[in-house]
Ligand binder design. Structure first.
Ligand code: ATP
Ligand code: MG
Length: 277
């Protein structure tokens, strides 16, 4: 064992450790014995074909679904059995694929409510807490960080998807997470919007926040991620430096071999990205 290995074991504990996680839905095995680590400062891309189990894995980390096997550790402590709000307090924050802000309150109030939620664990008392100046100040800071503070007094109801995605990101940031989980933040955006939001995500990582990112947009994934984990059919089939992972035969087969008609665009996209790897 080298000196570097010793230091790694002793001092550099993983921020998140996923160990042998399995999830079953009735007869379907959605995840099978998946293990990986997220280290402090990582911007880790979690990729794989449709139905691979990416969202299920994020939900298992967050406590939305219960693993049938295995365990998840944050800063060395087991999260098993903890409800979602306690995981939020431990430092996890999940930004979901579907953007669902409250439409009757301002953009700033939506973010302030997320900040208050962190303390109360109840959406109703969080709503009653949004007048708190401290939460509003925090909301404005997070909105500025994602580039939409100029819209803070507007209603989310009239905003385009690009703004709603940034609002969702600000809400997740308002929880002051140690680890931010993002599920397809770029989905539905055009090429330019996707590039801009990916750059914002990379900037937030550069500022020190550890991020686990699910994305089908491999062009942006390869541009901003330093490490990838690849799932296929519930199993981890690849892990490591992005360009090395993308040139792995098993990873290529998982994408290019999934020839279902509905996946052809995705497969083409993947093929292009793999060929540039
Ligand atoms: N709540 C659920 N009940 C039953 N089956 C589910 C449930 N959630 C997910 N599944 C199944 O588990 C498998 C993995 O789904 P998951 O949504 O995690 O895939 P994914 O990698 O996120 O796919 P996509 O890229 O399409 O979002 C799929 O076969 C899916 O149909
Ligand atoms: Mg998904």
């Amino acid at each position: 064992m080298t000196t570097h290995d010793v230091k790694h074991d002793a001092d550099h504990q993983a921020l998140l450790r996923v160990v042998g996680v399995g999830v079953r839905f009735g007869g379907l095995t959605a995840l099978d014995d998946v293990s990986f680590e997220v280290h402090e400062g990582d911007l880790l891309g979690l990729i794989g074909p449709n139905g691979a189990g990416k969202t299920t894995l994020m939900r298992a980390i967050m406590g939305v679904v219960q693993p049938t096997h295995g365990n998840v550790y944050l800063e060395g402590e087991s999260l098993n059995g903890l409800p979602i709000h306690k995981r939020v307090r431990r430092g996890l924050s999940l930004s979901q694929q579907l953007v669902k802000p409250l439409r009757d309150i301002s953009i700033a109030a939506n973010v302030a409510m997320a900040a208050a939620h962190h303390k109360t664990a109840s959406p109703l008392s969080a709503l009653l807490n949004v007048s708190d100046a401290k939460e509003l100040a925090l909301a404005h800071a997070e909105l500025a960080r994602v580039g939409i503070d100029s819209l803070s007094l507007q209603s989310p109801g009239i905003q385009p998807l690009g703004v709603l995605k940034r609002l969702e990101l600000a809400r997740a940031l308002a929880l002051k997470p140690k680890l931010l989980l993002l599920d397809e933040p770029l989905a539905g955006l055009n090429t330019q919007e996707a590039k801009a939001l990916a750059t914002t995500i990379a900037d937030i990582n550069q500022q020190g926040l550890t991020i686990l990112l699910i994305e089908h947009n491999l062009h942006e994934i390869l541009r901003i991620c330093r490490r990838l984990v690849v799932l296929d059919n519930g199993k981890k089939i690849g892990e490591g430096e992005p360009h090395t992972v993308m040139s792995d035969p098993d990873v290529r087969t998982a994408y290019l071999g999934s020839g279902a008609a509905g996946q052809s665009d995705h497969a083409k996209h993947m093929k292009g990205a793999a060929e540039h790897a």
